[in-house]
Ligand binder design. Structure first.
Ligand code: NCD
Length: 323
């Protein structure tokens, strides 16, 4: 997918479609902006007037709770007006239908679309067809990308482990094959020169040619999380699986479910992450999910500041386009 369209000729964010196409400086700038916005979220009056008078539409073609609500809160904390439109309809990007929806919303003078869609490439397609002043943020497209999730994960790691990713070993465990989150995380971790990136999954849930993504592949949990600084677990995406890729959830839990006992293989100060929603007793035990190493709820909190940063930076492009 061509990502050049997300950066303008001044090197600023115009849309935010994927981690690919960002450079390390821009990625770090977004994280730094998020760091300053996280202060806003902790104030008694949780608002800044940055996007006052702007209209943002959450255009969700696929169900979501935390992503949609954190985008909504982020927009509100930036003082924008935000509208939630949930269109649950079957797969394929139906060129005309989708374009008609867009044109109608554009006629209402919308400034930004936050798009989630079950088809890979949907946000790119929309970005190709919006008016020049409108920005598009990808909130998850098919199995392709979920760039704001990857950013909030990186933000969380940086908060806990510090800015030097070169000394970190990060293991991503679970259904890598169907995960847009894993793909975006791997690009972001590579961009920050992470010491070692591992993916740990059954063979049936490992993408073909995974090594070409710059990761080490493991099919055994204990070896895969050995001496890990960070373990990111992913949900089994049953809704995206065709046929019997898994014998049973119970067997998956036996082999790949993370328990307190299995955690002993990782570093003593290992950080445990999950983008949610968690399947307790499948990907991990409650003891791990709610335990002292878990930053799963902090990830949700950080999602607001990171989304405030992305939205305000992409909207800023619009201001400068009319200079
Ligand atoms: C992820 C998603 O929707 O891609 N969840 C999320 O954004 N909170 C991961 C998942 O659904 O497993």
């Amino acid at each position: 997918m061509n990502n050049s369209r997300q950066i303008d000729r001044h090197g600023r964010l115009r849309h935010f479609l994927s981690i690919e196409g960002l450079n390390r400086k821009l990625l770090t700038d977004i994280l730094d902006a998020a760091e300053s916005f996280s202060g806003v979220t902790e104030q008694t009056v949780k608002k800044v007037p940055l996007l006052r008078g702007k209209t943002i539409v959450n255009l969700f073609f696929e169900a979501s709770t935390r992503t949609r609500t954190t985008f909504e809160l982020a927009a509100k904390r930036l003082s924008a007006d935000i509208l939630n439109i949930n269109i649950t309809q079957s797969s394929t990007v139906k060129g005309e239908t989708l374009l008609d929806t867009l044109r109608n919303l554009e006629a209402m003078h919308v400034d930004m679309f936050v798009v989630r869609h079950a088809d890979s490439g949907a946000a790119h397609f929309i970005a190709d067809h919006v008016a020049p002043h409108v920005s598009v943020i990808n909130a998850g497209d098919g199995r392709h990308a979920h760039p704001t999730q990857a950013l909030l994960d990186i933000f969380t790691i940086r908060r806990v482990k510090g800015p030097d990713f070169g000394r970190l070993r990060v293991a991503i465990v679970g259904d890598i094959m169907h995960s847009r989150v894993a793909r975006s995380q791997i690009h972001a971790l590579n961009l920050l020169n992470t010491g070692e990136i591992r993916i740990v999954a059954p063979k049936t849930l490992t993408p073909a040619h995974a090594e070409s993504l710059g990761v080490h592949v493991f099919h055994e949990l204990r070896k895969g999380i050995e001496d890990a600084d960070v373990i990111i677990m992913l949900r089994l995406q049953r809704e995206r699986m065709q046929g019997a890729l898994l014998p049973s959830e119970h067997e998956y839990y036996e082999l790949f479910g993370v328990t307190e006992a299995k955690l002993a293989a990782a570093k003593p100060d290992v950080t445990i992450m999950h983008p949610g929603p968690i399947n307790r007793g499948v990907e991990m035990d409650s003891e791990v999910a709610d335990g002292p190493h878990s930053v799963i709820l902090a990830q949700v909190t950080h999602g607001i500041a990171v989304r405030m940063a992305v939205m305000s930076m992409a909207m800023h492009h619009k201001e400068s386009a009319t200079e």
